[in-house]
Design a protein around this ligand. Sequence first.
Ligand SMILES: Nc1ncnc2c1ncn2[C@@H]1O[C@H](COP(=O)(O)OP(=O)(O)OP(=O)(O)O)[C@@H](O)[C@H]1O
Ligand SMILES: [Mg+2]
Length: 281
Amino acid sequence: MKTVSILNHKGGVGKTTFTGCVAQALALCGFRVLVIDNDSQHNLSAMFGCGVQSPNIRDVYRAGGSDALHTFLKTIRKTEINDLHIVTAPNVLSESDIRDPLQLKNCITSCRLDQHYDYILIDNAPGMDRLQAVSINASDKIFVPTELKQFAIDGIVEMEKILTYRFSACSGISKIIPNFYKNTKRQNTYIAALNKLFPGKVTKTVIPADPVFDELITEEKILFLHRLYSKGAAFYLKIMHELFNLNEDEVWEKMLEKRNRRLSEDARERFYKRRVQQAQK
Ligand SMILES: Nc1ncnc2c1ncn2[C@@H]1O[C@H](COP(=O)(O)OP(=O)(O)OP(=O)(O)O)[C@@H](O)[C@H]1O
Ligand SMILES: [Mg+2]
């Protein structure tokens, strides 16, 4: 099992979109995935159709000892995608809720989640305080989606410094994923600068700017079910392959099969519902 923190102390760079899309892709390929929403904006929970629910991640942080383990197991919920589970966030969550910065790590280890999941992805609020620390301490890897702007690059340099001096067990940023790519000269200069600052850490695949991501939110749709043939989905599949060393052709076949099965099940359900309604008229 791999546990990954999706992190950037800059806001609006695509952390939640990345977490949600990669999680969907992995689950549709047959991996068992748990996503943890560690942000009071609870955008990731909303992406999977979950409003504010109780208990949630805040209850885990505020509980102590064995109560925390008990609560943690109760927070894990199913989503509408098989093999993709979620721990939701409340609309109030701050660093003062964290009693023990190793709480999440202890929960994951003591609840033996490695027997139940292949991947755990933790979506974080922007920032680098105790709230992110609890996620970093629980993770083997740190993925950093970023926009391609000077302040964003400066921010990543700062983050790497914080990770190395504050977290002795953390080996720093694992991968930087350029987002909102439009292939402009300026953006390409920033990618070159990132490669120079972080050799081997910038993904070769970059995620293009694509309006499909906003459409998904407004229409409450799932990228890999309803927009599988979009540019955004194609690049997310590619990046998943690069980040987790998966076989691209195998992944595509599995995903297509699962997606088509799921869509025909949905269609069948709608058909039966219509027939029941017609029979009742
Ligand atoms: N590649 C992309 N192309 C176009 N729009 C995108 C892309 N990635 C994300 N977006 C959009 O950008 C906005 C911000 O994305 P998102 O919420 O994932 O960022 P975030 O880093 O999680 O933000 P926050 O720091 O507030 O949690 C959303 O409206 C999302 O739909
Ligand atoms: Mg977010």
